[in-house]
Design a protein around this ligand. Sequence first.
Ligand SMILES: [Zn+2]
Length: 346
Amino acid sequence: MWRTTILLLILTSSSCTAWPAELPPLHPPPLSSSWWPPSHSYDEGNETIVELREVFLWTPAAQDAAGGVQVIQDSITAAVAEMNEAFTMSGIPAHMTVVYQGVTEEYTEHSYEVDLMRFVGVFDKHLPWVHWLVRRHRAQHATLIVSHDNACGISYVMLEESKQFQKYSFAIVSHMCLDGAYSFAHEYGHAAGLVHDDLTTGGNSNNEGVHSYGKGHLWNGNADRSIMAYDPGGSVRHPIFSTPLVQINGQPAGVAENADAARAFIQTLATVAKFNQTSLRNMIIIASTIGGTLVLAFAVIVVKKVRPKKRSPPIQLQREPKPPLPAEVRVVIEFEGDEEAQVQKT
Ligand SMILES: [Zn+2]
């Protein structure tokens, strides 16, 4: 078994007063029908490490506030290292790599909430290419780094386990909190269906994600807290998702009944890993002339799933926002006669 009880007396951890809190996560609208069923069958005895791919973008304002490109990139490297440390500490069989990073040259920041909606939005003029970018790189999640200093971050929280949540699998994080405060890991936890601790949210009934126990935790008289827990004042956040299987400073870092975010993350991991793993492989352009008027119909059919699993995914007809033609697909249109068109894919 890869999950074992570990006694840890000393961990690297954040200092407790340098950063503001993350904002409460937003709730997405109800997800539509489950054409792709959630994967509840993750085998906790399976030692296979799940690869998670991340896209990082940052605004020009964040770059200026941080002190330049190199500072931002170093912070990204540190944040991902912290995430992988948290996976290891929490017994979560996952490993994250950065598949794309770059500045959003044209974007002007607004507020956390507006920036998140614009980042997630598909059919607006703000960063409309982001969804294409994450699909192009088969990234399960993307993070926009901003210059805001009133909070550390915001994201949507997955409320029901579904691959449909992939369209909300985005986060906004301040450059101040990306690493050190573990805010990147915190916001990623929301995308995996985790929520905050009950102590600092007052047992809010809204504070529940995919699993009731997928919550943050404070212990040692609130002197220590996990990644998903808020700071009630003077609490040190450790690079761990709450779990009763690990002890830090002499006490368990979680409670099985209501603060076992590591177990909840493991149970949604297979679904999270599927986010954005389909790619555009077939674009069929049908051209015909009707009454002298050229009519173009675009049909985008996703027929191939990258790295097919044991269970073949169903064919999905999916609408994409002005998808660029993939480089590996060529469409040759040959006209024969006045009214016939022949389309051939090579
Ligand atoms: Zn949060």
